[in-house]
Design a protein around this ligand. Sequence first.
Ligand code: SF4
Ligand code: SF4
Length: 172
Amino acid sequence: MVIVQRKSLSLAERLYLPEVLRGLSITFKKIFQPAITRQYPEEPLPTTEVTRGQPRLVVKDDGNIACVSCGLCEAACPAYAITIDGQETDRFIEREPERFDIDMLRCILCGFCEEACPKDAIFMSNELELADYSRSGLVYDMEKLKRPASALKGRMDYIKRINDRWQTSSST
Ligand code: SF4
Ligand code: SF4
């Protein structure tokens, strides 16, 4: 039989005093350091062109939606968040969405819809905030999704730049 000899603890050790004092010294030091917490929402998160916020539909300068209702984004969406009903139009493009919904509760902000779109009609915006009082309010219809091209320009230019990079390297 092995008898383990335990070190006998002093009174301070039995009262956890060294640990308490070490903890208090850290707290005291931190009190005088600048705070690193963000006062959200007064201080919103910084966004850049790389930020992949919620997807939005491009409205061109002529006021028409760029989407031709091809359904590729709907097929590419891994979360089944997009629902599109197409309709005919007299415009040159022949088709446009009659209904274009994105269920923001399903959307995982993956950007696959942006990548799938052949018409540069859907882009990830820098809009990150999402709140409502009902689940149905978070199914965004076409009117809620539309954004002028100017509002998405930073992201559009960024996507064009990274796509051009692949075109350049594949042609060499
Ligand atoms: S970002 Fe991803 S999950 Fe969201 S709608 Fe587009 S493809 Fe679907
Ligand atoms: S892939 Fe583009 S053009 Fe096709 S339905 Fe989606 S947003 Fe419209």
